[in-house]
Design a protein around this ligand. Structure first.
Ligand SMILES: [Zn+2]
Ligand SMILES: [Zn+2]
Length: 139
């Protein structure tokens, strides 16, 4: 890390907290029995109420993915934390420019949900390109 780094330890720690919390919630939801989850959400029940088995299989495969060495490899290659790599982001699919918060380099994003760091800074800082959280070791 250089002394001129704008993406400070404090910011990294904050982003890391958010990322880990988000991912823990995601896993907890995937591990929750389908019946229990549908009982908690009218929206989900509307979508999957008649397709419990389908939803269960879908959840299992999403959970499995987070422990799959191949997915983990591609996550690390893409320089993304687990939360950003595994949780589907809902964003508009319009090419959007942003600036790396660390060095100001222009970043081209495929969606409106923009990355905070350029690939170069993310890799030097050991952070997620998208949210700037500290990277997890592949499992
Ligand atoms: Zn940068
Ligand atoms: Zn991230």
């Amino acid at each position: 890390m250089t002394e001129t780094s704008m993406w400070t330890e404090e910011k990294i720690a904050q982003a890391t907290r958010v990322s880990r919390e988000k991912f823990a919630k995601y896993i907890a939801r995937l591990e929750m029995p389908v019946e229990e989850e549908l009982a908690q959400s009218a929206q989900l029940d509307k979508w999957y109420g008649d397709h419990h088995e389908f939803y269960k299989v879908r959840k299992e495969s999403m959970l499995k993915r987070t422990k799959d060495p191949l997915w983990e490899h591609s996550r690390v290659m893409n320089q993304q934390c687990k939360a950003c790599a595994y949780i589907t982001r809902a964003a508009g699919s319009a090419f959007t420019r942003s600036e790396c918060v660390n060095c100001g380099t222009l970043i081209m994003n495929a969606s409106t949900d923009v990355d905070v760091l350029c690939k170069h800074c993310a890799s030097i800082l050991g952070c997620c390109t998208h949210c700037g959280a500290e990277m997890e070791e592949p499992c």
